[in-house]
Write a protein that binds this ligand. Structure first.
Ligand code: AHM
Ligand code: MG
Length: 335
């Protein structure tokens, strides 16, 4: 029988590569894994109980919150606090960062940014949704309450990033800057088991993912790139295939496995882009780069952007290295 490597085993093994590590980070990841299992349980039974649908209030960006959003936010908040290793969390669902200033958390050295349930408009049609998280070392002194500057760090300062995809099977994918590793939840064991070691994104692919309903308002370079994708050319394997789920985690995950590019340019309704730098773009960019891909915004590498506010939105182009380079070439030529 083949030996399985569980997430916890893997974390402990990885920790041994950092001789100075005291287990704080491993503990934090362990609790993220627990929260993921809680959310997975609720997502799976969402059709059976009255947890689907709206909870009747709006999040701070004016979007209607769904019940599962609320559940996921609470599940992750609870576990992050319970870990004792996190002194604050910026969540897409909360206006301000939540500071854990009691007990062990006060002396914790990490902060977390998260989108507890991304793609939540897809829940009631049974399409994959996900959680996205990123972990940073705090800037403020240990033993004091975390401050805004702890959350407004450049993506390049990230210690770890990951996502959980609640899909036909549930997966947790993460990086600590030493490659990307994917774990699939085995429901019979109740454990995330290593299923995708050292994930790599091919340099090019055949998939472009974008909400083409917004075409009229796209920047000229993006319009031209879409046409380029659609034109036949045997050398570059075109026309490409258009695939768009509308759930970033699922779209990204597919492109990671198959090769492709995901784009969310500025649009009429979201003139600075729709996706959030801290909760969505930064973590996905770190994972993409670690897998051999790349990620750009309007003016350069996503991970180099100096955040101005925790809910900041940016244009986002991420995926296979050569495909993202091509998108940027079109954007720059059109300028
Ligand atoms: P959410 O965090 O409110 O769920 O929104 C983010 C989602 C992403 O998962 C997805 O890529 C995008 O919004 C889809 O937006 P659109 O429906 O405009 O194409
Ligand atoms: Mg989101």
């Amino acid at each position: 029988m083949q030996k399985v490597i569980t997430l916890n085993e893997f974390i402990i093994h990885q920790q041994s590569e950092f001789p100075e590590a005291r287990g704080s980070f491993s503990c934090l990841l362990h609790h993220i894994g627990i929260a993921a299992k809680k959310v997975n349980r609720e997502v799976n039974k969402a059709g059976l109980v009255d947890i689907l649908g709206r909870v009747g209030c709006e999040n701070i960006q004016g979007e209607e919150q769904q019940k599962l959003d609320v559940f996921a936010n609470e599940a992750f908040m609870t576990e992050l606090q319970a870990s004792g290793e996190c002194c604050g969390v910026a969540s897409e669902e909360n206006e301000d960062a939540t500071i854990f200033n009691e007990g062990l958390c006060r002396n914790a050295k990490y902060i977390v940014c998260m989108d507890p349930l991304d793609g939540s408009s897809n829940i009631d049609v049974n399409v994959s949704v996900g959680t996205i998280f990123s972990i940073y070392r705090r800037k403020s002194p240990i033993g004091t309450p975390a401050i805004l500057e702890d959350f407004l760090q450049k993506g390049s300062e990230m210690v770890a990033a990951g996502y959980i995809m609640y899909g036909s099977s549930t997966m947790l994918v993460y990086t600590v800057g030493r490659g990307v590793y994917g774990f699939t939840l085995d429901p019979s064991l109740g454990e995330f088991c290593l299923s995708h070691p050292d994930m790599k994104m091919s340099a090019t692919g055949k998939i472009y993912s974008i909400n083409e309903g917004n075409y009229e308002k796209f920047p000229v370079g993006i319009k031209q790139y879409i046409k380029y994708c659609q034109v036949k050319d045997e050398q570059t394997n075109r026309p490409y295939t258009s695939r768009y789920i509308g759930s970033l985690v699922a779209d990204f995950h597919r492109n990671l496995l198959k090769g492709g590019v995901f784009m969310y340019p500025p649009t009429d309704s979201h003139p600075t882009g729709k996706l959030r730098l801290l909760y969505e773009c930064n973590p996905m960019s770190f994972i993409a780069e670690q897998a051999g891909g790349q990620a750009f915004g309007q003016d350069g590498r996503i991970l180099d952007i100096e955040p101005r506010s925790i809910h900041q939105r940016v244009p986002f182009y991420v995926g296979s290295y050569d495909m993202v380079a091509k998108v940027m070439e079109f954007l720059h030529k059109a300028e």
